[in-house]
Design a protein around this ligand. Structure first.
Ligand code: AOF
Ligand code: ZN
Length: 367
């Protein structure tokens, strides 16, 4: 009889969670799940299969890990960062695949809130005589799957607000002109945020003022650019916008009123933009994004969007880069969004790192 140590289970689960988390930003509409197939041998554990959810959500992590393990999966343990699915979705259920492969133990971090799966995956495994352990690494797994959980439970994506704030509390120069607030290390970290979110969202004013490409430009990670979304109620984005030059790479979605000028619609669609309906309200826009599969969205600007998100109580997480430059009193102040995040008790700081002359602080909403 093999002895399973809870310490070893915790370490192998942590590895499975990390394996899945590497794909954050690519697996939407699915969660970024990681799975390991492990044989517990006298000399120690041997990992015989590793899998993670692939781009667009298929194949699922367990299928990949089982394919690698082959016949050796018989009698092995599967460590998986989310309850194995039990529904007939785009392929047959992972719980069936685990049973068919002869896995005898499944260590699963957390139940899947998706109503098609919720509890049924674990039950199916137990019904087949598999020893199922649930809850090891649950907090870490929940943090990785927070986008999936928010989309399934609340019908909207998890919202991360990114703000770069000058030493004197400004986010842009006079009249909204862009100013370099942070240095290269902070900028690289902001590009990493882009890479790990499904989508990046800005308001039309920022799009007009900055003409940003909104891509991830980290070396070797150019293929990790998120869907680029502009809240552009009246379709004011010019067809010459830089982000449309690269529309072939990752999609550009413009959220606009359905009554927006048809000629402008046609012009932007010819440039590759996808138009989604929005009446201008941020809450409704987020619902539409969730319907289109977005589980995590990074909001990068500007003050208007940040303020309406703060007013709607929809900033789940905030990443604040405090820069070392001063902009001056006639700049654009960071305003109510930053005040809401730094207000006592509303958000809890979870991370704080120095990046050159800048400081990056991450906050998560309490309650
Ligand atoms: C797993 N392993 O790696 C993932 C799971 O549309 P489908 O058929 O791909 O199903 C999507 C649902 O499957 C998704 O909402 C989530 O509940 C689950 N994702 N499950 O067992 C995986 N990505
Ligand atoms: Zn599955």
């Amino acid at each position: 009889m093999v002895e399973y140590s809870s310490d070893l289970d915790a370490r192998l689960m942590a590895a499975a969670i990390r394996l899945g988390a590497r794909e954050l930003g690519r697996t939407w509409p699915n969660p970024a799940v990681g799975a390991l197939i492990v044989r517990h041998e006298a000399a120690g554990p041997v990992i015989i299969g590793r899998g993670w959810t692939r781009k667009g959500g298929r194949p699922h992590a367990e299928t990949e890990a089982l394919a690698q393990a082959g016949d050796r999966a018989r009698g092995a343990t599967c460590y998986v960062s989310l309850e194995p699915c039990s529904h007939h979705g785009r392929t047959s259920p992972c719980s069936d695949a685990l049973i068919a492969a002869g896995v005898t133990r499944v260590v699963s971090a957390v139940e899947d809130p998706d109503a098609r799966v919720s509890g049924h995956g674990h039950a199916a495994l137990r019904d087949a005589g598999i020893d199922v352990v649930v809850g090891i690494g649950a907090d870490e797994a929940r943090a990785v799957h927070v986008g999936h959980f928010t989309r399934v439970r609340e019908g909207r994506p998890w919202v991360t607000l990114k703000l770069a704030v000058s030493r004197d509390g400004m986010i842009a120069g006079p009249g909204g002109v862009p100013v370099a607030i942070t240095g290269p290390r902070a900028r690289a970290s902001a590009h990493m945020l882009r890479a790990t979110n499904d989508a990046i969202l800005i308001g039309i004013r920022t799009a007009l003022a900055d003409d940003p490409a909104l891509t991830c430009r980290l070396p070797g990670m150019q293929d990790r650019s998120p869907v680029r979304i502009v809240l552009d109620t009246d379709l004011r984005l010019p067809v010459t916008a830089k982000m449309l030059d690269e529309a072939g790479g990752t999609p550009v979605w413009l959220m606009s009123r359905e009554t927006a000028d048809p000629a402008r619609r046609a012009g932007l669609e010819r440039r590759g933009a996808v138009l989604l309906p929005s009446d201008g309200g941020i809450g409704a826009a987020l619902d539409v994004l969730a319907e289109h599969g977005i589980t995590r969205v990074l909001v990068e600007g500007g003050a208007t969007v940040a303020t309406s998100l703060a007013d709607a109580g929809m900033i789940d997480e905030a990443v604040i880069y405090d820069g070392a430059v001063d902009i001056g009193a006639n700049g654009v102040p960071a305003g109510p969004a930053l005040a809401a995040i730094r207000a006592n008790g509303a958000y809890r700081p979870v991370d704080r790192v120095s990046l050159g002359d800048d400081v990056m602080s991450t906050y998560i909403r309490t309650g």
